[in-house]
Design a protein around this ligand. Sequence first.
Ligand SMILES: Cc1ncc(C[n+]2csc(CCOP(=O)(O)OP(=O)(O)O)c2C)c(N)n1
Ligand SMILES: [Mg+2]
Length: 600
Amino acid sequence: MAHTKAEPKRISALDEPREVDARIAWGSDVAAQVLRRLDIPYIALNPGASYRGLHDSLVNHLGNRAPEMIMCLHEEQAVAIAHGYAKATGKPMAVALHSNVGLMHGSMAIYNAWCDRQPMLILGATGPVDARLRRPWIDWIHTSQDQGALVRNFVKWDDQPGSVAALPESIYRAWQQTATPPHGPVYVCLDAAIQEQALTEEVSIPDPARFGPAPASRPAAEALRRAAAALATAERPVILFGRGRRTQEDWDRRVALAERLGATMLSDLKVGSMVPTDHPLHAGEPFNQLHAAAKAALKEADVILSIGWIDLGGALRQAFGRDRIPATVIHAGDDIHLHNGWGKEHMELPPIDVHLLGDPDAAVAELLESLPARPRSAAAVAAEGPAEQAAADSINLRMVARALAAAVGNQPVTFSGLPRAWPIALWPHRHPLDYLGKDGGGGLGSGPGIAIGAALALKDSDRLTIGILGDGDCLMSMNALWTAARYRIPVLLIVANNRSYYNDELHQEGVARGRGRNTANRWIGQSIDHPAPDIAKLAQAQGLTGIGPVRRVDELSEAMRRGVECVRAGNPCLIDVHIDPGHGRHLRESMAERSMAKGA
Ligand SMILES: Cc1ncc(C[n+]2csc(CCOP(=O)(O)OP(=O)(O)O)c2C)c(N)n1
Ligand SMILES: [Mg+2]
């Protein structure tokens, strides 16, 4: 029997199928029904015959609703959109990837989501697995033995169910895996022949209620007791705020814990906003590599508490080198459950004295309950950035931030991505959705998709979703923008366009310096200029409002005003801003130094 629930609103009025067939009559109808019962709102996809059965079920059986298709021009962007959606909501949506080829296209974005520990349900397809059913040629090149092996090293779980009757269990388990913390993408590969099989008997699709995700795990009582004891007597505690949930409740508890302990707060650019960056206890800005204030705080600390810090080993290494760490190190997190040895995204093995194995925010809640109220005076001092030395004829990110803030006014903003030199101190993060963090795997080209996915998730909220993207990042996934135009996803993309893969220019400079060679050649093979692609036109060509290139300081305010107005009216917009390539250089200097030291 077809599942009957209140039909959710579709975002695309264009994609209304006619004469929908409510009968569950084909193998893929069963898979589609399972998606509906899981209340999956969207399925991002690029089509392909390996899942033409499922495609038909989504359209002609479910009526392209719950889930609704979000069509993309490249699989990498379908995955990136689900990634951005998960970042903003904490919830998975679905993705469909065609056979081996679509999976290969999507794989880098899956890797990003994996490293970022974000959930998503990826449905793939192959086959027919039964060779007798394969069409000549095409079905043979689009069938792979053990297709999940392509991504198995960077998904949490994968499966290829062997019958129609096995579909519900497989998809329910996948959902349970992806939605249970610690999160990660999951992949279910649907045999084309199974999808296209006519049902001869009713297939039971159980209610998903008893197959749902498990709650986040709480750390062991004994470990909590030891951690609380160490913290209760700490004189100079430091808390590293890493991965956590984007809820106001968890945010408030993190702040309360730091305040109760009088602890210096440090936060990570990679995870996004987890604590207020302008809190008196917050030292400096969120960082990727330790800044001086963070280093000093860690060196002086008697207790270091990591709340899901992604690279605790690396942070300690930067502060202490090979020296012994005098502080008691407490780490709360469950990431260890995902470490499989293939990727090294587990980072350097940190020395840990008290391991609070479990959900980092659960550890915060437990510690807060057991620690006595003992507020101490604020220890941290905000690190001052270097003075602004902007020539009036070149635009830097501080100017962009100021102009954007003026255009936005009081409306809350979600930054889906920020470039390294973005002046967070000018625009502090004060809400869990203010900034969603980095792409996870450092796979370039994710920025547009993640921004669109976040905007899709937040489109009915009071927030404005803005992605500040590098030109290299944006150009790699330019055609993600079509999806934003097609579904009227209100996102503002601002390209911090330095006409270069500037990050890597600095690497080349560092290598040349280390080898005593000419650093002036660093731009060769790195500059995206002569011609500089007209990114605003590329946006316009896909149906967005494209503004720019903005080259002069006096054009900035008007460009930002127009961009914000466009997105407030419900439409996507891109503003291409040519920025001074050298701005923010000091923030990247360490890379050049590292290359110099290692000659790599
Ligand atoms: C898929 C992929 N290809 C290449 C790189 C190497 N890479 C890292 S940052 C970067 C430059 C990014 O350029 P842009 O987005 O313009 O930012 P900018 O450094 O100029 O601010 C490159 C090429 C990568 N990380 N991922
Ligand atoms: Mg660039």
